[in-house]
Design a protein around this ligand. Structure first.
Ligand code: DX5
Ligand code: ZN
Length: 214
């Protein structure tokens, strides 16, 4: 199980230090949530901030775009240091073109689906993708409750494409990581549970142990 702490729950006044801390704490990827106030009712940060913190960690930068018409900005995020880019299929008409732009930019393409979006929508693209992100909350905010009823989507995707990575995002903690593992998840995003812990390093260790024991 790979753990990708979401810096949405970090202290933004010292983002570089927080990314260094989470890297030393045993994170596998750094998850960066980009929100535009249009696709989701919240605004976070864009490519310049990602570029500014890139040098604070050698871990893969996993950029989750919650923005309308993401294709327009793919080149910017690739240049800023994104290694994996997830975009929402609900936000983009030109899905193939967006996947192609991510590959042209040298990053790995992933599609994210909101809780109400069926896996059927991503099936035509599976062989072009590195990962599918199954949201386990409505995108927009950290600290929401995990939707366990999303797990049949994870299991269905694993059955269709066993080699594709499946990521879940939203409400992941020591308890909810268990049904996620059982459904076949490969990468867990964790914001509040990791950055809110007294000891983030211990929390990452415990999340991995919980995954092994599941
Ligand atoms: C929500 C974001 C998540 C969020 C997860 O729209 O995509 O990455 O930061 O936060 P927690 O782990 O607190 O649910
Ligand atoms: Zn996210």
């Amino acid at each position: 199980m790979l753990i990708a702490p979401s810096i949405l729950a970090a202290d933004f006044s010292k983002l570089g230090e927080q990314i260094e801390m989470i890297t030393r704490a045993g994170a596998d990827w750094i998850h960066l949530d980009v929100m535009d106030g249009m696709f989701v009712p919240n605004i976070t940060f864009g490519a310049p901030v990602i570029r500014a913190v890139k040098s604070y960690s050698a871990l893969p930068f996993d950029v989750h775009l919650m923005i309308h018409n993401p294709k327009r900005y793919i080149a910017d995020f690739c240049k800023a240091g994104a290694d994996i880019i997830s975009f929402h299929i609900e936000a983009e008409e030109d899905v193939e073109g967006t996947i192609a732009a991510i590959e042209t930019g040298g990053a790995k393409p992933a599609i994210a689906i909101k809780p109400q979006t069926s896996v059927n929508q991503v099936l035509p693209y599976l062989d072009k993708l590195y990962m599918v992100l199954v949201m386990t909350v409505e995108p927009g905010f950290g600290g929401q409750s995990y939707m366990e009823h999303m797990m049949p989507k994870v299991a269905a995707l694993k059955q269709k494409a066993p080699h594709l990575l499946i990521q879940v995002d939203g409400g992941i903690d020591l308890k909810t990581i268990v049904p996620s593992v059982r459904a076949g998840v490969d990468v867990c995003v964790a914001g509040t549970s990791v950055f809110g812990a007294l000891n983030p390093q211990q929390m990452i260790t415990d999340l991995k142990l919980a995954a092994v024991g599941a």
